[in-house]
Design a binder for this molecule. Structure first.
Ligand code: AP5
Ligand code: MG
Length: 219
């Protein structure tokens, strides 16, 4: 299972990646989560990334490519992995190909999630999360049991710094300019499968599993 989950900000990549990676017992590698952790820890990489992330711009390719290359070398990736939020540019995708070719493990599938811009703005402006447990909620679509508190550890839920409507709209613009071309890129490589992500969280998971089961059955 060597997978990429591709799609606009807020479409539900993290929500689905968490479920799929637990189901198939593979690491969920979210470049956004790794970068946010680096920002919180004020590491050199975090200090470099912070300004870009706050504005909803992409962090420079060389920073993210290095971080993913290092992560993929770790032993837990031998059984497979699920990349969430990477690649995001054609250059990142080319570098990923090269890295995986070197290790001799090409990608199995790229799962593209798709939803309308207004649905995305609604999802992101209502998102809340717990920095300590990492669990993600939505005030209306996926609420915690106690408003404002995490179900896992009772911590206070917060709003991500880049989830204000203005920044979300910029993230959508950046996605269309820089990341959307990857849809053609992976279609041409016969790796892309598109899944409509406007249905419920559980329905989308079911659709993804169906696709993956189909691939395993063919292999
Ligand atoms: P990253 O963290 O990857 O953010 P993103 O791609 O903008 O996506 P999000 O994490 O915001 O959304 P998601 O698709 O994971 O949705 P979620 O499941 O949370 O990147 C952040 C920043 O880091 C970038 O802007 C950039 O600066 C930098 N960066 C990261 N990777 C980079 C790279 N490769 N290159 C350069 N820079 C990089 O769901 C959203 C909400 O919707 C939640 O509230 C959830 O509960 C709800 N929801 C989910 N599914 C549904 C559903 N089916 N119905 C209703 N609500 C739903
Ligand atoms: Mg995410």
């Amino acid at each position: 299972m060597r997978l990429v989950i591709l799609g606009p900000p807020g479409v539900g990549k993290g929500t689905q990646a968490k479920k799929i990676s637990e189901l198939y017992n593979i690491p969920h590698i979210s470049t956004g989560d790794i970068l946010r952790q680096a920002v919180a820890n004020k590491t050199p990489m975090g200090l470099k990334a912070d300004g870009f992330m706050k504005k909803g711009e992409l962090v420079p390719d060389e920073v993210v490519i290095k971080l993913v290359e290092e992560r993929l070398q770790q032993s837990d990736c031998k059984r497979g992995f699920l990349l969430d939020g990477f690649p995001r540019t054609i250059h990142q995708a080319d570098e990923l190909n090269e890295t995986l070719e070197k290790i001799g493990i090409p990608l199995l599938k790229v799962i593209q999630l798709d939803a309308d811009d207004e649905e995305i703005v609604m999802r992101l402006t209502g998102r809340r999360y717990s920095p300590s447990s990492g669990k993600v909620y939505h005030i209306a679509f996926n609420p915690p049991k106690v408003p404002g508190k995490c179900d896992v550890d009772g911590s206070d839920l917060i709003i991500r710094e880049d989830d204000s409507e203005g920044t979300v709209r910029n993230r959508l613009k950046v996605y269309k300019e820089k990341t959307k071309p990857l849809i053609n890129y992976y279609t041409e490589k016969n790796l892309l499968v598109n899944i409509n992500a406007e249905s419920s969280i559980d329905d989308i998971t079911r659709d993804i599993i169906q696709v993956l089961q189909g691939i395993i059955a063919i292999k």
